[in-house]
Write a protein of this length. Structure first.
Length: 508
């Protein structure tokens, strides 16, 4: 690996990090983002699949003395997204692209609205993209150097990815095929296996560590314990760390959602994805084809073509067949692979023209610069506008509110939390639960408060029997509130209107 390439990768990292930090979400968010902002500080287990490695890495960022805790967890996403851009450049160079054309592919990913948005908020998609990009680089660097230690690194990251986001592990299918096609030696297979074992052990250790801590603000206490009966479970079904691990990685609430999309809907999703990248789709196709064309130096890259296209198809099939409302976020791993193809496609165009012996020797550089200008000149105004507004691309109109009014979510949560007793129990929606936890546990240190999701199972509007038992056990020692009138409980408890729209229940 040349020093010049490392320098360019660092420059891309710094430039993209500057953009993402400039447009970073300034403070507390909502839903899953508020959850990650909270559990990164309190060391809690997240919603399935728990994300224990992510939590520990994000915890390190909460120690950085800049902004508030929520901002620091957002910053972790920006760092990981910028890291992804650097590794995409290095991987594209490993595949034979010139520096300027590899930069093209990296910038195409950096400015993709979906990727940019998730580089600016507390979420697991930027860290998982960084893990994937690093794995790809490690595998390609092994092929170039024949140093088996890089397969250990790839395996290690693969094992760790189970604690960041399990979709990264889907890339393991294409990597195994690639290693087999590359006539990987036994010692190299063992290095890859050893790395995967070590990574998995670290992931499991991080899970058991957080599981032992059992943070009051973790997913167990927020959702699972009060509502076990919704999943036909009893406390005995959830009283060991192995049972809790199984619940997180084989969650009953998501059972049957994989490959559970009608064919027509899957086609529509594919068309939407193709439409979102239509400007670069032809370049990506050219990039794939270029890997199949023999090079002058007689080096063959068809194995790398299989590696990338198989990974791309795997990630994309997962995204279009996964029956969740926010399925589009699973396009991000496919976008990472697509960016490599795009860089290779631009490189293919340049090489095609440069193959004409009548053209000057400086044609490749001149044409590469011209393509960069033509490709990204239209984005200058867009980037400048978002830079000035300090808002990332890809936001819905309602999401911009949290950027324009940074303290709004915190103030909303404080309005509720400040009127509650220190031992209060509140049942509310998922989008609000962790905003309340963040204010109560992180900002105010009032860790005796508990906030629970009222109806955790999508499609089940019935209040859990175990939640009623939980209320019965605590109603005499804790004030219990609901954010919406719990009409289902009217035959068991008195319902009184409390401040700020809350409803308190007491015994009849």
């Amino acid at each position: 690996m040349k020093r010049a390439d490392v320098a360019v990768a660092l420059l891309l990292f710094v430039a993209s990090l500057a953009l993402y930090v400039r447009t970073l979400a300034p403070s507390l968010l909502y839903g899953d983002s508020a959850e990650f902002q909270t559990i990164a500080y309190t060391l809690g287990i997240g919603h399935p699949t728990g994300y224990p490695v992510y939590v520990l890495l994000a915890k390190a960022f909460t120690l950085i003395p800049v902004g508030d805790v929520a901002y620091r967890v957002n910053l972790f996403s920006a760092f990981c997204a910028a890291l992804t851009i650097g590794f995409v450049y290095l991987s594209t160079r490993k595949l034979g692209a010139m520096a300027l054309t590899a930069i093209y592919g990296s910038l195409a990913l950096a400015l993709t609205p979906l990727f940019w948005k998730h580089a600016s908020i507390a979420e697991i998609y930027a860290p998982s993209a960084a893990c994937l990009a690093f794995i790809l680089f490690a595998v390609l660097h092994w092929k170039e150097t024949h140093n088996p230690r890089w397969l250990f690194v790839a395996g290690l990251l693969g094992g760790l990815s189970l604690g960041i986001h399990t979709t990264v592990a889907l890339g393991g299918i294409s990597i195994l095929v690639y290693l087999a096609l590359s006539n990987c030696h036994r010692a190299e297979w063992l290095q890859a296996l050893l790395g995967a074992i070590v990574g998995t052990l670290i992931f499991l250790s991080s899970f058991f560590f957080l599981d032992t801590l059992n943070s009051p603000a973790g997913y167990y206490n927020t959702v699972v314990y009060p509502s076990l009966s919704v999943w036909d479970m009893t406390p005995a079904d959830f009283d060991s760390p192995f049972e809790r691990l199984a619940f997180l990685y084989f969650p009953p609430q998501f059972k049957g959602q994989l490959f559970n999309v009608r064919f027509e809907e899957a086609v529509t999703r594919w068309k939407d994805f193709a439409s979102s990248v239509s400007g670069n789709l032809l370049l990506a196709l050219l990039g794939f084809i270029s890997l199949l064309v023999p090079r002058k130096d007689e080096s063959s890259r068809w194995r790398e073509a299989i590696l990338l296209i198989l990974a791309f198809i795997t990630f994309l099939v997962f995204a279009v067949t996964y029956n969740v409302y926010d399925y589009y976020v699973y396009y991000i791993p496919a976008d990472v692979i697509l960016a490599v193809f795009i860089g290779l496609g631009v490189n293919g165009v340049v090489e095609l023209f440069a193959s004409n012996p009548k053209l000057p020797r400086f044609t490749p550089i001149s044409l590469s610069i011209a393509l960069l200008v033509l490709g990204f000149f239209p984005f200058i105004g867009v980037v400048s506008s978002h830079w000035n507004k300090r808002i990332p691309a890809g936001l819905d109109d309602w999401e911009e509110y949290f950027y324009s009014f940074p303290g709004s979510r915190r103030l909303e949560a404080e309005e509720i939390v400040n009127q509650l007793e220190d031992n209060a129990i509140v049942f509310t929606d998922w989008d609000y639960a962790y905003s309340y936890y963040y204010v109560a546990h992180v900002l105010q240190g009032r860790t005796g408060m508990s906030f629970h999701e009222t109806l955790p199972q999508e499609g089940v509007a019935r209040f859990a029997d175990s939640a009623i038992t939980y209320i019965e056990a605590n109603i005499d020692s804790h004030p219990i509130y609901f954010s919406e009138r719990p009409s289902q409980l009217a035959n068991k408890f008195k319902i009184a209107v409390a401040g700020s729209g809350l409803f308190r229940i007491v015994r009849k």
